[in-house]
Design a protein around this ligand. Structure first.
Ligand SMILES: C[S@@+](CC[C@H](N)C(=O)[O-])C[C@H]1O[C@@H](n2cnc3c(N)ncnc32)[C@H](O)[C@@H]1O
Length: 255
């Protein structure tokens, strides 16, 4: 399956930011000759994650088959409303907007977005992306998916009307770089949102859960809103706790 040339126009080499061209069944950087393959129609922008990204890539690849079921089970038992309702309505999504979710996972947030948008999702875990694609088919939603890292987005500058991230940045290899990348690809005036768990969830759940404890017990970075990594020139910088202190929601606007 090949990519729409209109989508290729929005892409860039995640390392050099040079533009890319379609070359048969892959994307090519004509300047360097570097090729990025397509796997089942999804462009693949890295081979193997390094540092702690590798650890989380492996963990999410393992969790992917049960991820949606675990979430459904939690809401069924707790009878709580979906936590996503606390932050998704805060996104500013005009009709026809081009929207990027960094770390799209299995696509759980997409169900809460309007249908009349052009959705792009990127993730580090191939298995999460595969699940996402299956979900999108079931929900009859269109999206463009990319296998890549939040720290090196394969998109041109200033192409998205809405950029957000939910649930992984606390333990990215390089949070500052990921935030800088979200800002780079957003159009001027875009509101950017970053949501992730607080230390409370990491301590009380992730370090105890048999599926995640090994990974989180070896983690010494605190799970806090990375507000100090938001460049001072951003506007309307605000952070608040949501979902009874289980998550933070950090928002700011690109000038
Ligand atoms: C808790 S899941 C959240 C998925 C989705 N955003 C949601 O709200 O359901 C975290 C996701 O972050 C992804 N992730 C972790 N580190 C990443 C990185 N450095 N770059 C891109 N994605 C990453 C994982 O693969 C996983 O799919």
């Amino acid at each position: 399956m090949s990519l729409d040339p209109k989508i290729v126009e929005l892409l860039s080499d995640p390392e050099t930011h040079d533009s890319l061209e379609l070359g048969g069944d892959c994307l090519i950087n004509p300047k360097s000759g570097r090729r990025y393959p397509m796997r089942d129609g999804i462009p693949v922008f890295f081979e193997e994650a390094a540092g702690t990204n590798r650890k989380y890539q492996t963990m999410y690849d393992r969790l992917a088959p049960g991820y949606d079921f675990a979430e459904r089970l939690y809401y069924w038992i707790s009878r709580k409303p979906d936590r996503r309702l606390e932050f998704i309505p805060e996104l500013e999504i005009p009709a026809g907007a081009r929207v990027l979710e960094v770390s799209v996972g299995t696509g759980a947030n997409i169900r809460f977005l309007p249908a009349n948008i052009e959705f792009f999702g990127l993730d580090l875990s191939w298995n999460m992306l595969r699940r996402c694609r299956q979900n999108l088919q079931r929900w009859r939603r269109d999206a463009h998916l990319f296998h890549g890292q939040g720290e090196q987005l394969p998109f041109r500058d200033a192409v998205f009307d809405c950029v957000y991230h939910v649930g992984g940045i606390n333990f990215f290899n390089d949070k500052a770089r990921a935030i800088a990348e979200m800002i780079r690809v957003a159009k001027p005036g875009t509101k950017i949102m970053i949501v992730d768990e607080t230390e409370k969830v990491v301590k009380e759940h992730y370090r105890k859960n048999p599926f995640t404890r090994r990974v989180y017990q070896s983690e010494d970075r605190p799970a806090v809103a990375p507000i100090e990594l938001v460049p001072a020139e951003m506007r309307e910088i605000a952070s608040r706790q949501i979902n009874a202190g289980r998550e933070y929601c950090l928002t700011f606007r690109k000038p």
